[in-house]
Design a protein around this ligand. Structure first.
Ligand code: ARG
Length: 263
């Protein structure tokens, strides 16, 4: 995770961002700390990367790369404003003993790559280029399934899909998703692979309810995503709500602030 010490909205690269609206960096830090504390209370070993002045989106650590089997596939950002984050995260991975692969293709890490069982669901359409999906398939030796995103408000796959059962080797892992974020081909793939998926409504998706973190039982979600919360509880998960309203001004939520380190 990356403390939002330099968080603000000074440019607009997604429809959530309004640079003319003021932001409250201290409130962002306080809200981020509540998420950090939830992870510590759940027993996670949370590592921190130093924030960099002038990189206000660095708090969205999920975009810093994709890590699997100790291999860190670096990010190469779509927009110039975020490009320096790629090398900053790769330096951190190297310093912390990961096998770093410098990307050849544009990709925004776990924003667009979601591990479900042994498969990686991969988003394209707004940020990550589809050739990065092939690159990651080669690097990881995993099946990578391309999904086209069609709604600019749900520009990263992790704003449109929540992985509920992330445990490796889990039989029939489930997900939750927002159907209208996908084209017909993508929907057909999701329906076929995840017949029991939770379908999340527009209202909950619009508070980035899907942008959540699950350990297979506890699911950390936006506290305003009430119907999603109800569905999770019905299926036996333990939803834990957190308010990241300030970070929503940058177009990110729980999952965006969280990069998973799979050794
Ligand atoms: N302002 C950031 C951007 O538009 C938000 C990134 C959100 N991260 C995510 N994993 N969806 O790039």
């Amino acid at each position: 995770m990356c403390r939002p010490d330099f968080f603000t909205v000074s440019y607009r690269i997604n429809p959530w961002m309004h640079p003319e609206k003021p932001t409250d960096t201290l409130l962002a830090v306080r809200q981020w700390e509540s998420l950090y504390r939830i992870y510590l209370d759940l027993g996670f070993d949370v590592r921190l990367i130093d924030p960099v002045d002038g990189l206000p989106d660095m708090v969205y650590a999920a975009n810093g790369g994709f890590v699997i089997d100790n291999i860190a596939y670096g990010a190469s950002f779509t927009y110039a404003q975020r490009q320096p984050e790629g090398p900053a995260y790769m330096d951190w991975f190297r310093a912390n003993g990961f096998d770093v692969r410098v990307p050849e293709n544009v990709n925004e890490g776990e924003g667009d790559f979601l591990l479900v069982g042994d498969t990686i669901l991969a988003g394209t359409g707004f940020r990550s280029a589809s050739n990065s999906h092939h690159e990651l398939a080669e690097i990881s030796g995993r099946e990578v399934v391309t999904l086209e995103l069609v709604n600019p408000s749900f520009y990263h796959l992790d704003t449109a899909i929540a992985v509920l059962d992330p445990q490796p080797g889990f039989v029939d892992p489930n997900i939750a998703y927002l159907p209208s974020a996908f084209d017909e081909a993508g929907l057909a793939v999701l329906r076929e692979r995840f017949p029991d998926a939770l379908l999340v409504n527009e209202e909950d998706a619009t508070v980035l309810g899907l942008n959540s973190f699950s350990d297979g039982h506890n699911v950390v979600i936006a506290s305003r995503a009430k119907d999603f919360e109800r569905q999770l509880a019905e299926r036996g998960y333990n939803p834990i709500g957190v308010d990241l309203s300030e970070l929503l001004l940058g177009g990110g939520g729980v999952k965006c602030c969280t990069l998973e380190l799979r050794r």
